[in-house]
Every structure is written in structure tokens, then in C-alpha cells.
Design a binder for this molecule. Structure first.
Ligand SMILES: Nc1nc2c(c(=O)[nH]1)N[C@H]1C(S)=C(S)[C@@H](COP(=O)(O)OP(=O)(O)OC[C@H]3O[C@@H](n4cnc5c(=O)[nH]c(N)nc54)[C@H](O)[C@@H]3O)O[C@H]1N2
Ligand SMILES: Nc1nc2c(c(=O)[nH]1)N[C@H]1C(S)=C(S)[C@@H](COP(=O)(O)OP(=O)(O)OC[C@H]3O[C@@H](n4cnc5c(=O)[nH]c(N)nc54)[C@H](O)[C@@H]3O)O[C@H]1N2
Ligand code: SF4
Ligand SMILES: [Mo]
Length: 754
């Protein structure tokens, strides 16, 4: 018996028989018995954070088609093109089907066995650690694998391998919201439920192109029967602006001045909710003093919004008869001052008492299918379950539940993504493990990534395809099973936990990330430390225990089946009738804010802060603010345009590793790279529609075709992020609090190519 099979036999208990039966996935995520033949299985979609549920139609145990679930409270029978094509992207010659080792730079990678791959992983990284110190190996993970895998990854890397530095692609995406909520509310807690889209009278969408990025949420908004005012605040007249009653074409990064001007007007007219402020918040008086200087007139130059429009919007937001919700995504988060901008949105909701009630809230919409799982359980910035690495009682709790030595838990959080990249540049990091993300395409100021890659002694990439930009530069590629080929749970934007199922066999020797982690832990010599992680469901139970007493307490969930029966379950769902092992949580804000769960029967949609108790030590929300900072790279004579970047179409996903595998999706987006350019600017530069052009920043030059449109303002241009070259141009500026990259504003010039 090969060593691998022997190891699996020893380590996986009851799964062993199935392991041997199913050599291609070693039995993990084996189909439930009743699905072995024909029937349907439900699974939350593996693309965006909306978290639609899909029904997979099975023939002889393999999914052959799908339709959106009609009774799931998220999508109500709808799906976007990516969801419809979710199965198609699994079948591709680009799938990684065996571990690949590249020993010599000028030779092609060769297939090796899993046993050898796991041994090489362990030997090489241990050698790096022995030579340069334990912290010289780092990992970069993702918001796109199930929570169980994510938590296992973070636990193995930090507690098993002794790695201190590991971050995720969620840094590119959600770090700003995390920090904004944590500082203001005491915990990273998006308060809303999707029903709020339908229950608002005023919906403000700031830096969010819902129609493209979250099409089903756009549909939910379109179902709002309250005849809502919909205000889209975006430099571009986006697809989403079509549903707007008002589009404010804000200047790039003019959001913070605009939000302060709105607060200024509301305070000046004394339209604030005094009772709410007195009883539930701290810091309002200082904030009121601060915004005195930010009149609509004083901020107009930076925001580009006329004072009369600001005054009118301030009136709308502070109308006490209206339910107002404010939603934001990457136009806010990806900014050199994203955290304070998100908090300026939170401040407006607090001032007007628009929180904890139907149709209200400062609501950050998350991006990837499991970004929310990563926010709670990736073990990167916070210790598993929203705990603190620096807090001894938190470390004690985690060590007790996972039965790992407390000294294996680092006492401080990881370096952020950009610090890891800088660490490679300075020679402090020599080994890197990249899981389910494609930084060679998606990281800001891309040429730096390619430059520092050369300084690594060993790069391991764990991906479902061998063809991604990052996989192609790997020394060792570990082939992963993808969505549809494994089980577990995702957490969506409204905190709803839903299940995914294995409905396909992974190709070749590809293994679920969960199984890969078991192999690697065994090869590393710490397999016993992770014996409790015997299956995704066993891992889920560990996560439940870790969540106990936290705002995200999910101890009340009774297994995957419970999640399926309820149409997913939003956190928190604590068990109040069970004797707790964690002391001192009797009167926690969580307990008070979720009384409804205890008293009433289960509600399928729940929002946070209904009793206005926040997770800060004194239960009050905080006003936080700073003066707006100067633009990191303003335009100038040589580089006169501001480059905006973002999602191009609803058929394209990020670095396109998945979506370009579907013939249907490929027909739904432009075949060539298009730069959106205002006709007046085009005229000035002698550029006609579809002309070939070059776009240059101080960091590089790329080519594209011009797309003349008045959807962008003069002086601003737009490129989709899906093209591999876009990030050659972007400027590496970061929010100082969240260290999230500011992908959406750098200075470029545009020329017609001869
Ligand atoms: N089809 C599709 N859907 C996706 C994804 C995908 O790749 N494809 N990715 C998912 C992920 S991970 C994420 S994070 C979300 C992102 O979802 P969104 O954030 O909605 O998408 P983006 O296009 O990145 O950015 C939104 C808008 O911000 C605007 N913007 C740029 N600069 C500014 C500014 O300074 N101020 C304001 N107010 N707006 C600005 C842009 O013009 C853009 O329209 O989408 C998710 N959904
Ligand atoms: N210019 C610009 N750049 C941006 C942005 C922008 O707006 N503008 N947006 C940023 C944002 S918000 C985000 S979220 C990032 C996204 O950037 P990335 O995370 O780099 O993009 P993806 O293409 O989603 O990469 C996911 C990878 O995981 C692989 N994969 C999928 N499923 C699995 C699995 O189950 N297991 C394993 N092991 N691998 C799997 C896929 O093949 C793919 O290679 O891009 C950021 N970059
Ligand atoms: S909206 Fe998002 S979750 Fe729903 S089908 Fe489309 S990609 Fe999947
Ligand atoms: Mo994202």
C-alpha cells in the first residue's frame, strides 16, 4: 500500500473504506447515499457573496445541469450568468489534474505523486525556515474556499507550521469594512439582511455597481414596492445608475468630503436623532465640531457635487419619516482613506438613527462567495472566530477547544498582504504558499509582484487550474478540487451560512483543499494535532465551539441539515439553553440583541442591533473621523487622466481563470480590452471609437481599444480588472488603517497608437 493511502487509512477513521473506493478524491465529500443516483442537491453558488442557492440536477450521481432554487430566501428563483454556468467552468483542459513540480526554470514542470508533493512541500519550507527563521515562510489565502477549509488552512499554517504571516485576497477587497465596523461597533458586523433592499424608502449606493457585481441584489432592489429614492454615487453612470432616481457623478475619491458635507448640513439644520445619539453613541459632539468646516461650498471642489444637490440629499437622508439604507462596496473600500469613508457612512446612519430597523443600516456588501467566512475564520488578522491574537484568554480558549498547545498560537496578527510582498522584497520572506487566489494578475502594481517572485526560494500554488498567471510561476502546483467537487459552508454578505455539496468528481488526482491540508499536515509531522479535523462537518463543529460567546455565535446550528432545512442561517444563532463553557457572557450585547431568536420561532431574515446595543465594551457605537488626505497620485500634465478600475460585466469573474472557460460566458463580454473614454477627451486626442490606444502610468504601458462613452466624465477613464495587464498601471497606495489597496485611482495618459 503506498504511503499516502496508509497515512489516510490511519488518520481518517471511518472514511478509510470510502477513501480506497474513490481514489480520485479519497472519499472526502462523498455524495449522500440518496444522491448516488438521480435527483437534485442544493448548493450555494461559488462566485459572488450574494450567496444564491442552485439546485444541481444529478444523473448517476454527477451533476448534469442546474436551476436556481425558488425557495431560498436569497435568490428566490433567480441566478446571474455565472451561476447558470457554474458547472461548465469545471470541465476544462486547463484543470490541474496532478501535482506539478518545476525543478529547473528552463524545463517544463513534471507530474509527481501526491506523496512526493507533500514531502517536497514539507522539506522545502522546513529548509527555508531552518535557514532564514520560522517567519520566513508566509501564505496568501482567499475568500473563495469553504469556511471549514479556510479555518483548517489558517490553523495548520499558524499552529502546525509555525508561520506567523498569512493574509488573504480579502485584503484587496474587504479589509476596509472589517476595520470600519470593528472600530465603530466593536466587531466586524455587517448589520443588514437582504430584505432591507426591499424595505427602504431611500437607498444610497456608494461605489457599488450592483447591477454588474451583485445582479441578484439588484433584482431584490428592483422588487422594492415602496417607490424608493435610489441614489447612486459613482464617478461613472454605471448600469446600476439606470435604476437610480438620482446619479451623483462624484469625482474620483471625493466621497469623504461629500459625506462630511452631508453631516454638516444635517447638523446645521438640527435634523439629528438626539435621543439615539445620547443613549447609544460616543463622540458625536467632537464630530459635530469637526464637520463645521465641511460645508457643501467648501467641499464642492473635491467632490464635484453642487451644494444644492448636497443640501437636498442631506434632507432626504435625515427625513425622520423615511427608512434610509446606505450600501457600499469597492468604490469606498479600495481607497487611500477607505476606513474613514466607510465610517463617515456609519456616522450618517448613527446621526439619523438609521440602524437596527427594517430598511436601514450602514451596509457593506461583501465580494467573494466566502469573504465573510474568511473575515471570521481565516486565522489571519484575527484569531479564529473573531478573536484576538493578543488576548491571553482568547488564546487559551482556542487552545482548549482545538487541543493544541497554547504556545503554538502567535501573540500578534499577521503582516498584511503588502507587508508580506515587501517582506519578500527585503529578503525576510523566502517561501510563499498561495491558495485559491491569483496575485500575479490581481495584486496592485503588478510588476512588483513579478519582481519579488524572483526573490523567493520556493513558491507553492494551490489552484484548480494550472494555467493561471500565478500557477505558471509556481515551483510546486497542488491541484485542487473546486466548488461542486467538495462540501462545506459559505457565509454570504448578509451573514447567512449555507451549504455546498459535492456533485461532481474532481478531475484526475485533484483533491479538495481540505484533503490537501490533511496530507500536508501529515507530511509536516503534525497530523495528530489536526486529528479532530477529520471531515468538513467535524471542522464545522469546531468552528461552532470557537464562536461561542462571540457576536458571531453559531452554537445553535444543528448541523448541515439544519442549514438546508432553514434556507441557510444568519449569524448569530447561539444556544441559550445550553450550559456555557465560556464564563461572563450572561449579559453580553450579543445576548440582548438576539433575544428574538430565543423568544420567537426561527426567523429567516434577521438584522443586528435591533436593541441598539453594540459590541463595544460600553455597548455604544463610536463616531470616528479624520480630515480627508491628499490624493496619492493626482493627475498632472504628463498623466492627465484618472484611471478607474472595477468589474466589467456580470459574466466575468476577477482574473477570469474560471469564467473564460465557459463558451456561453465568453459571448457575454467584449472580446477585446476596451478603455471607456469620454468623447470630448477622445476628440482632443484625435481618438475615434475602437481605435487602438496605449495607456501609460508611471509604472507601465498597456494597449487597448477606445470605447467612447459619456458614462465616464471628462478626465476619467475606466478599465475592467479582468484583463491581466490592468494592474501593471495601478499605483500602490493603501488605506493606513486597513492596508487595503486603492485600486481605483491612479494617473495615466492615453495615446492613439500609430
Ligand atoms: N460579475 C462580477 N461580479 C462580482 C465580481 C466580479 O469579478 N465579477 N467580484 C466580486 C467581488 S470580490 C467584489 S469585491 C465585488 C465588487 O463590487 P463593486 O464594488 O460593486 O464593483 P467595482 O466595479 O469594483 O466597483 C464599484 C464602482 O466603484 C466605482 N468607483 C470608482 N472609484 C470610486 C470613487 O472614488 N468613489 C465612488 N463612490 N465610486 C467609485 C466604479 O466606477 C465602480 O462602478 O463584486 C463581486 N461580484
Ligand atoms: N485593478 C483592480 N484590481 C483588483 C480589483 C479591482 O477592482 N481593480 N479588485 C480586487 C478584489 S476586490 C479582489 S476580491 C481580487 C480578486 O483577485 P483573485 O483572488 O486573485 O482572483 P480570482 O480570479 O478570483 O482568483 C481565485 C483563484 O482561485 C482558484 N480557485 C477557485 N476555486 C478554488 C478552490 O476551491 N480551491 C483552490 N485551491 N483554488 C480555487 C481560481 O482558479 C483562481 O485562480 O482582485 C483585486 N484586484
Ligand atoms: S449573483 Fe452571485 S451568487 Fe448569485 S448566481 Fe450570480 S454569481 Fe452566483
Ligand atoms: Mo473582492
Amino acid at each position: 500500500m503506498p504511503a499516502l493511502a496508509k497515512l489516510l487509512k490511519q488518520k481518517t477513521g471511518p472514511l478509510t473504506a470510502e477513501l480506497l473506493l474513490r481514489p480520485n478524491d479519497f472519499g472526502l465529500g462523498k455524495l449522500p447515499r440518496n444522491l448516488e443516483t438521480d435527483g437534485t442537491a442544493s448548493s450555494v453558488c461559488g462566485f459572488c457573496s450574494t450567496g444564491c442557492q442552485l439546485n444541481l440536477h444529478l444523473h448517476q450521481g454527477e451533476a448534469v445541469g442546474l436551476t436556481p432554487s425558488t425557495d431560498y430566501p436569497v435568490n428566490l428563483g433567480m441566478a446571474c450568468p455565472k451561476g447558470w454556468e457554474a458547472l461548465a467552468v469545471l470541465d476544462s483542459p486547463d484543470r490541474a489534474t496532478a501535482p506539478l513540480l518545476k525543478e529547473f526554470a528552463n524545463e517544463p514542470a513534471k507530474e509527481i505523486s501526491w506523496d512526493l508533493a507533500a514531502k517536497i512541500f514539507s522539506d522545502k519550507f522546513k529548509k527555508v525556515q531552518a535557514t532564514y527563521g520560522k517567519d520566513s515562510v508566509a501564505f496568501i489565502s482567499t475568500g473563495q474556499i469553504p469556511t471549514e477549509e479556510m479555518a483548517f488552512l489558517g490553523s495548520f499554517a499558524k499552529f502546525g507550521m509555525g508561520i506567523k504571516h498569512g493574509d488573504g485576497n480579502t485584503r484587496q477587497c474587504m479589509a476596509t469594512s472589517v476595520v470600519a465596523y470593528k472600530q465603530a461597533f466593536g466587531f466586524d458586523a455587517p448589520p443588514y439582511t437582504y430584505g432591507d433592499f426591499e424595505q427602504s424608502d431611500v437607498v444610497i449606493l456608494m461605489g457599488s455597481n450592483l447591477a454588474i457585481a451583485h445582479p441578484i441584489l439588484y433584482q431584490r432592489l428592483a422588487r422594492n414596492k415602496r417607490n424608493p429614492d435610489i441614489v447612486v454615487i459613482d464617478p461613472r453612470a454605471t448600469e446600476t445608475a439606470q435604476i437610480a432616481t438620482q446619479h451623483l457623478a462624484i469625482k474620483s475619491k471625493g466621497d469623504l468630503p461629500l459625506l462630511y458635507a452631508l453631516a454638516h448640513c444635517i447638523i446645521r439644520e438640527d435634523r439629528v436623532d438626539h435621543d439615539f445619539l445620547r443613549e447609544h453613541t460616543d463622540g458625536f459632539d467632537d464630530f459635530a465640531d469637526f464637520v463645521k468646516n465641511y460645508s457643501p461650498e467648501a467641499t464642492q471642489e473635491k467632490s464635484g457635487i453642487a451644494p444644492a444637490q448636497v443640501e437636498a440629499l442631506a434632507k432626504l437622508i435625515s427625513d425622520p419619516t423615511k427608512r434610509v439604507s446606505m450600501w457600499w462596496t469597492m468604490g469606498v473600500n479600495q481607497s487611500h482613506e477607505g476606513v474613514r469613508t466607510a465610517q463617515a457612512i456609519i456616522n450618517l446612519c448613527l446621526m439619523t438613527g438609521n440602524i437596527g430597523k427594517p430598511g436601514t443600516g450602514p451596509n457593506s456588501i461583501t465580494g467573494q462567495c466566502n469573504a465573510m467566512g474568511s473575515r471570521l475564520f481565516s486565522n489571519t488578522t484575527s484569531l479564529l472566530g473573531g478573536h484576538d491574537f493578543a488576548n491571553p484568554s482568547h488564546r487559551e480558549k482556542v487552545s482548549r477547544i482545538l487541543e493544541i498547545p497554547e504556545e503554538n498560537i502567535p501573540r500578534e496578527p499577521s503582516w498584511a498582504y503588502d507587508q508580506i510582498i515587501d517582506g519578500i522584497e527585503s529578503g525576510k520572506i523566502k517561501g510563499l504558499w498561495v491558495i485559491a487566489t491569483n496575485p500575479a494578475h490581481s495584486w496592485i502594481n503588478q510588476s512588483k509582484f513579478h519582481k519579488v517572485r524572483k526573490k523567493l526560494d520556493f513558491l507553492v500554488v494551490q489552484d484548480m487550474y494550472h494555467s493561471t498567471e500565478t500557477a505558471q510561476t509556481a515551483d510546486l502546483l497542488l491541484p485542487a478540487a473546486s466548488w461542486g467537487e467538495k462540501g462545506g459552508t459559505f457565509i454570504n454578505s448578509e451573514r447567512r451560512i449555507g451549504t455546498l455539496k459535492q456533485v461532481r468528481h474532481a478531475p484526475g488526482q485533484a483533491l479538495s483543499d481540505f484533503r490537501i491540508l490533511q496530507l500536508l499536515a501529515n507530511a509536516w509531522g503534525c497530523g495528530e494535532m489536526f486529528e479532530k479535523w477529520s471531515s468538513p462537518h467535524a471542522a464545522f463543529e469546531l468552528l461552532q465551539q470557537l464562536s461561542e460567546g462571540q457576536p458571531c455565535d453559531i452554537t445553535g446550528i444543528q448541523g448541515y441539515q439544519h442549514l438546508d432545512e432553514q434556507g441557510g442561517i444568519q449569524w448569530p444563532l447561539p444556544t441559550f439553553n445550553v450550559q456555557r463553557s465560556t464564563p461572563n457572557i450572561e449579559a453580553s450585547p450579543l445576548e440582548r440583541s438576539t433575544l428574538d431568536v430565543r423568544r420567537s420561532t426561527f426567523k429567516s431574515e434577521r438584522r443586528l442591533f435591533e436593541d441598539h446595543k453594540f459590541y463595544t465594551p460600553n455597548g455604544r457605537a463610536k463616531f470616528l473621523f479624520d480630515p480627508p488626505a491628499p490624493l496619492p497620485e493626482p493627475t498632472c500634465e504628463a498623466y492627465p487622466f484618472t484611471l478607474l478600475t472595477g468589474r466589467g460585466t456580470s459574466a466575468q469573474w476577477h482574473t477570469q481563470s474560471r469564467t473564460n472557460k465557459s463558451a456561453v460566458l465568453r459571448k457575454l463580454y467584449p472580446a477585446e480590452l476596451l478603455l471607456d473614454l469620454h468623447p470630448e477627451d477622445a476628440d482632443r486626442h484625435g481618438i475615434a471609437d475602437r481605435d487602438q490606444i496605449s495607456i501609460s502610468s508611471r509604472r507601465g504601458t498597456i494597449t487597448a481599444h477606445a470605447h467612447l462613452t459619456t458614462n465616464v466624465s471628462p478626465g476619467e477613464v475606466f478599465l475592467p480588472m479582468h484583463e491581466g495587464s490592468t494592474n501593471l498601471l495601478t499605483f500602490p497606495a493603501f488605506d493606513p488603517h486597513s492596508r487595503q489597496p486603492s485600486y481605483k485611482a491612479c494617473a495615466v495618459k492615453v495615446l492613439k497608437t500609430p
